[in-house]
Design a protein around this ligand. Structure first.
Ligand code: DX5
Ligand code: ZN
Length: 214
């Protein structure tokens, strides 16, 4: 089953509730929540307060993607705000194992992500500890960038490793996912597709999600 996670970064924040209602009513599986610190990535986005406000009406799982250097102190605030998944970047954390332990202690699912230029071997020690691997198919920081086809090989490798080692992580892909790239990543083995600019501001996001799942 392919899941679609609209990336709220591409929403019109002046109408955030309407945007989220529309995505949920259109059949979104998860909501993807991009947190940026202006250091690990140049851009800034939002923190736990907006998440806890959103949780008053969001009824699908929230997938928090932390593009933040050493965000250990933010794990509990995001858990309390209502996150279901918290994903950290391998490049941003000195000791990822400590993060996964704390995320699990807080009762949530944990994920690991890596930039397009970071070697897959950097996340190999954590494959049996995570619930999700987030493959970046653009340089993190902004919505609306073009898909980097190098991600396909990574998705295939992670799919094969999951088979070979009998593991159970989800493979999520983030960046440049639209109706042309969705079939490529699903064929490569992705389970969860993050999509921002391909869904928000579009006439019929429900139809686009349905077409992406096919
Ligand atoms: C980029 C973010 C993505 C972004 C995706 O750093 O992690 O989630 O919002 O946007 P699109 O789908 O427009 O590439
Ligand atoms: Zn993201």
């Amino acid at each position: 089953m392919i899941r679609i996670a609209p990336s709220l970064l591409s929403a019109d924040f002046a109408f955030l509730k309407n945007e989220i209602d529309l995505m949920q009513d259109s059949g979104a599986d998860w909501l993807h929540y991009d947190v940026m610190d202006g250091q690990f990535v140049p851009n800034l986005s939002f923190g736990p307060k907006i998440l806890s406000d959103i949780k008053r009406y969001a009824y699908i799982p929230i997938d928090v993607h932390l593009m933040v250097n050493e965000p250990y102190h933010l794990l509990r605030p995001f858990a309390e705000a209502g996150a279901d998944y918290i994903t950290i970047h391998v490049e941003a954390c000195e000791d990822p194992g400590r993060y996964f332990q704390e995320i699990k202690n807080l009762g949530l699912k944990c994920g690991i992500s890596l930039r397009p230029g970071t070697s897959l071997t950097s996340i190999e020690p954590w494959l049996d500890q995570v619930d999700l691997i987030l493959v970046m198919s653009v340089e993190p920081g902004y919505g609306g960038q073009a898909f980097m086809p190098e991600a396909l090989e990574r998705i295939r490798t992670l799919y094969q490793m999951r088979e070979d080692q009998k593991l159970s992580y989800f493979i999520e892909v983030d960046g440049g996912i639209n109706l042309s790239t969705a079939p490529l990543v699903t064929q490569a083995g992705a389970d969860i597709l993050v999509a921002g600019s391909a869904l928000f501001g579009k006439e019929n996001p429900g139809q686009i999600m349905e077409d992406m799942r096919r």
